[in-house]
Every structure is written in C-alpha cells, then in structure tokens.
Design a protein around this ligand. Structure first.
Ligand code: ADP
Ligand code: MG
Length: 347
C-alpha cells in the first residue's frame, strides 16, 4: 500500500512548519526525511502519524483517505528518540502493552511478545525493567513494541540519535534488515546524512518546511539539484566563477572544461566538486582543469587524508581534497595544482 501525501500545510501561529509538502512513499520502501534541525521533519512525521492535524492537504494510504482518521485507527508503529518505555513494566509487558489495549486475548499476546522479543534478539531480557537495560536494548524494545500489532507503516523519529556510535551503527543494520525482511514501509527522520545514506532507499531532503529534493542516496550525492542539497549530503567544494562569458566558465583565469555543461544553465555562477574527485599535481599550472593552490592544512583520518588548499582565485574559502590510501601527502605551505576532471564538475 503506497502512501500518498498531497499539499500538506502546517502552521503554528505565524510559523509555517510545513509549506505545501507533496510526497509519494512506495510500499515496502525505507524513506528518510533528512534536514537540519527545525526544518519540519518531526512535524511531517507527526502529521502522518495523526498526532498533529494539518491545516491543509491530504494523506492517503493504499487509496484510503486518512486525513480524518484518528491516530489509533491508523495502525502505524511509532518510535521516538527517547525510548518512552513504561519504566515500571518489564520488557515483555512493554512489548505487549499495545496488544492489551487492542484487547488481544492473553495467549495470543504471549506468543506475539515472544516472537517480537526474538526478532530484536532480547528474548532473555523479557523480565527486565527499562532501567536495567542499555539504551540500545531499550530502543530495540521500543521497536518490538511498535512492530507487535503488525503496523501498516513504521514511523521512526531519530531513533538512534541518543545512542553511542558503535550501538548506533549496529542498530542501523538491524533496523534495515528487519524492515526488508518484513517488507514494511518505513519512514525515519534523521539529521544525520551518513545515517540516511546508509539506510534509505529514498531520501527526502527538507529545508525550511519544504522539500528540496527527493532521490536515492546515490542520485542525491552524484547529482544534487541545489547548493543546499550538495552541501548537506557529503561535502561539496564551491568554486565561484569569474565574471566572464558564462558559457565558457573560468576560475581565477583558468578555463574549466565541464562535461554536460550544455545540459545545464549557461549562466552558471558557481561550480561544485566533491573532495574525493580532485587529485594533486606537482605542476602548479598549465595542465587542463588545474588550479594553482597552496596547502593550508592536512588532517589524517586513517582511511583518508583530508587536505585543505587555498586557491589563488578564492583565498577566503579553502578547497578540500580527500586522498584515499597511502598516496604521497603534501606538506603545509607547499604549492601544487588541483586537478579537477571535467566530469566531476557540477553546475
Ligand atoms: P525538525 O524535526 O526538523 O527539527 P520540527 O518539525 O520539530 O523540526 O519543527 C519545525 C518548526 O516548527 C520549528 O521551527 C519548531 O520550532 C516549530 N514547532 C514544532 N512543533 C511546534 C509546536 N507544537 N508549537 C509551535 N511550534 C512548533
Ligand atoms: Mg525533530
């Protein structure tokens, strides 16, 4: 059952938290709402969950209009950042609580709780209270509770943000494989681009209450349509072009060949290039698409070395280069050329 969201508007007094949001979520897909704090991700999720009414717009699931259906009748599973388990109930009772409310019979609840505890690998924690479990375990209980009534949609609001790095990465993999196994349509809110890239089939990039771009992780990384998306997903160097003929871009007097420039606007004012697409050359100048620059900083990060280089043309904004493996690393103050392939430049 596909989810179809049309022209949602949500206002809080004079603030427009959602500004005409239209979006389709395909059945069985994992969708991330990604954007900076305050851009409206949680509000959109809460409107979908029915925890918040929209001022305008409609939501349909499998063709059925949900706009006026109350939260409880939507049968969606919801997990928040704070695990929000009942502190005085065992793990098992927390998982079964929603089923008790739905008046399932006792035997059926017991079987379902066992199944859910197995699913999140916490069968031997069934009698523990939330305070006796780690953050990651509590969040898996919250997940089991959300999944127990067999929801038609799973909604996750920054479920991993409160956990430390290792647990967060394990749970990423666990949630994703669960979601795929159950073929459960899932929407997760996150402000963490790495999390979105690692988990989502489709990322919805939001900015100031509106959708900036929708696409697969690869499509958004390779072909961001706006500077906001380019900058929010990964790092993007921005080269401000000379004020010359816009059809023939140049940067500090160096003519730049750009693949597919005819497909893009001829009045480009800036070009973007990913740090890992730039290579270094000893020759400071002269080569094709080679910008003269001075190394200003080097950060060793294990698998990559990040180099900041100040180009002669744009001294206020250093250009970031990422080298993989143990290639020869330059020294601060060294002069060199930044070689940028024509295919790597984005208008
Ligand atoms: P995000 O989850 O992307 O950080 P939110 O959806 O929580 O953003 O918030 C979007 C905007 O709406 C913010 O400016 C926030 O302050 C405002 N907002 C959210 N909930 C309320 C509320 N209940 N009352 C008033 N303003 C709200
Ligand atoms: Mg939020």
């Amino acid at each position: 059952m596909d989810l179809s969201i049309r022209n949602l508007v949500k206002r809080f007094d004079r603030l427009t938290a959602l500004d005409n949001v239209t979006l389709d979520v395909a059945h069985g897909s994992f969708v991330c709402f990604l954007g900076p704090s305050g851009c409206g991700k949680t509000t959109l999720l809460r409107v979908i969950a029915g925890l918040e009414d929209a001022n305008e717009g409609t939501i349909q699931l499998g063709g059925e209009d949900l706009t006026a259906v109350p939260t409880r009748a939507r049968n969606f599973g919801v997990v928040f950042q704070s695990y929000s388990l009942f502190p005085n109930m065992s793990a098992a009772r927390n998982v079964g609580y929603g089923l008790e409310c739905r008046r399932w019979d006792k035997a059926k609840i017991g079987a379902r709780v066992d199944e859910m505890l197995d699913l999140v690998h916490l069968a031997d924690h069934r009698t523990k209270l939330p305070a006796q479990m780690s953050g990651g375990q509590q969040q898996r209980i919250a997940l089991a509770r959300a999944l127990a009534p067999d929801p038609s949609l799973l909604l996750l609001d920054e479920p991993l943000s409160a956990l430390d790095a290792k647990v967060r990465e394990d749970l990423r993999v666990e949630i994703r494989s669960l979601q795929q196994r159950l073929n459960l349509t899932t929407i997760m809110v996150t402000h963490d681009q790495e999390e979105a890239l690692a988990m989502a089939d489709v990322i919805v990039v939001m900015n100031k209450g509106a959708i900036e771009q929708i696409g697969s992780p690869r499509a958004l990384y390779a072909d961001p349509k706006t500077a906001f998306v380019a900058d929010f997903i990964g790092r993007m160097n921005i080269l401000r072009l000379d004020e010359s003929d816009r059809g023939n871009p140049s940067f500090g007097g160096v003519a730049l060949k750009v693949a597919n420039i005819e497909n893009a606007a001829n009045d480009a004012r800036a070009l973007g290039v990913r740090p890992e697409m730039i290579s270094l050359s000893d020759a400071e100048a002269g080569g094709e698409n080679t910008l003269p620059a001075t190394v200003s900083g080097i950060t060793y990060l294990g698998n990559i070395t990040r180099i900041e280089a100040v180009s002669d043309a744009q001294p206020d904004t250093p250009i970031t280069v990422e080298l993989h493996g143990a290639s020869a690393v330059p020294k601060p103050g060294e002069r060199l050329g930044l070689v940028i392939p024509a295919e790597a430049l984005r208008v």
